[in-house]
Design a protein around this ligand. Structure first.
Ligand code: RIB
Length: 306
């Protein structure tokens, strides 16, 4: 059984907490280095699994020590890793992350094995895709593999959710294959070519993407929650105010929570409210995957909001 397939990245996050971001050319002192399982694909897989969904991951790690650790970590969350390939000719993907005292981050990615995830890797997981309801995609793997996975998923009748992060252009062909696009404000601005400064401008920019063929846009707005924009409706689903420790993987926790809630049969608006809680709770803890909350925590916060 498999509810959700994630085709995406696995990274070793090399994280240093600093009082503030350094200026160009400046050296500053941070805390001890932390090595934490991350990668947008793997984070979203963990988030959906922690919310009770059956999840399979498709991706690649390198033949180094990080690779084995990332796979073992996914297994601890019961994510099916049989289609996470170990590529002996590549290094495991790495994210060099600096987190400041306000919990904001800046991230530099070295794709490594993520840059070698191929359409054939997706084809190998056809039995999992055929059984699943939702495909989750991001932009930390090659564009041709994202497009191939979306096309195969549509042929198998899955709902395709694309998180266009890190931001890059979306082709008309891919737009037409996506059921739900989940950008943040920066990504929305880049994709639409329109300024996004508030909820009203986010609604307008998301509307421009609907005109390009995507069916539904959910704009994540941090503590302001999320904006749902489709041809039928525009709804602002308010977020939760929490104490911010580290915003890393908040969007991934949101998307995994959204997918798991949809699989459980929640309406889109309720699934977004639930996902807002999953995203908010991730912000209260340090690191990517270790910060992703379990279903009990998310349900408790969600029930307070109803
Ligand atoms: O979304 C957060 C993730 O982005 C981090 O875990 C890092 O690996 C980068 O991919």
């Amino acid at each position: 059984m498999c509810d959700i397939v994630v085709v995406g990245s696995l990274n070793a996050d090399l994280v240093v907490q600093v009082p503030r971001f350094p200026a160009p050319g400046e050296t500053i002192q941070g805390r001890d280095l932390a090595t934490i399982p991350g990668g947008k694909g793997a984070n979203q897989a963990v988030a959906a699994a922690r919310q009770g969904a059956d999840v399979a991951m498709v991706g690649r790690v390198g033949g180094d020590a990080f690779g084995g650790r990332l796979i073992e970590n996914l297994k601890t969350y019961d994510v099916d890793t049989r289609h996470v390939r170990t590529d002996p000719d590549a290094a495991t993907g790495t994210a060099v992350i600096v987190v400041d005292a306000r919990g904001e981050n800046s991230i530099v990615l070295s794709p490594g094995a993520n840059g070698r995830v191929a359409p054939a890797d997706v084809d190998a997981a056809t039995p999992q895709l055929a059984a699943a309801k939702i495909l989750l995609l991001q932009f930390e793997i090659p564009p041709e593999t994202v497009r191939h996975a979306a096309a195969l998923a549509k042929r198998k009748g899955l709902q395709v959710i694309l998180n266009p992060a890190p931001a890059r252009a979306v082709t008309p062909e891919l737009f037409a294959l996506v059921d739900i696009l989940v950008p943040n404000e920066t990504e929305l601005q880049l994709l639409s070519g329109q300024p996004v400064t508030d909820t009203a401008s986010a609604g307008k920019a998301a509307g421009a993407l609907l005109a390009r063929g995507v069916k539904t846009v959910i704009v994540t707005l941090g503590e302001q929650g999320a904006l749902l924009v489709s041809h039928e409706l525009v709804v602002h689903v308010p977020g939760q105010r929490v104490e911010v420790v580290d915003t890393t993987a908040a969007g991934d926790s949101f998307i995994g929570g959204l997918a798991a809630a949809l699989v459980r049969g929640r309406s889109l608006e309720k699934a977004i409210a639930y996902a807002n809680c999953a995203g908010a709770l991730a912000v209260t803890k340090f690191g990517a995957q270790p910060s992703i909350p379990g279903a009990d925590e998310v349900e408790a916060l969600y029930s307070q909001t109803r």
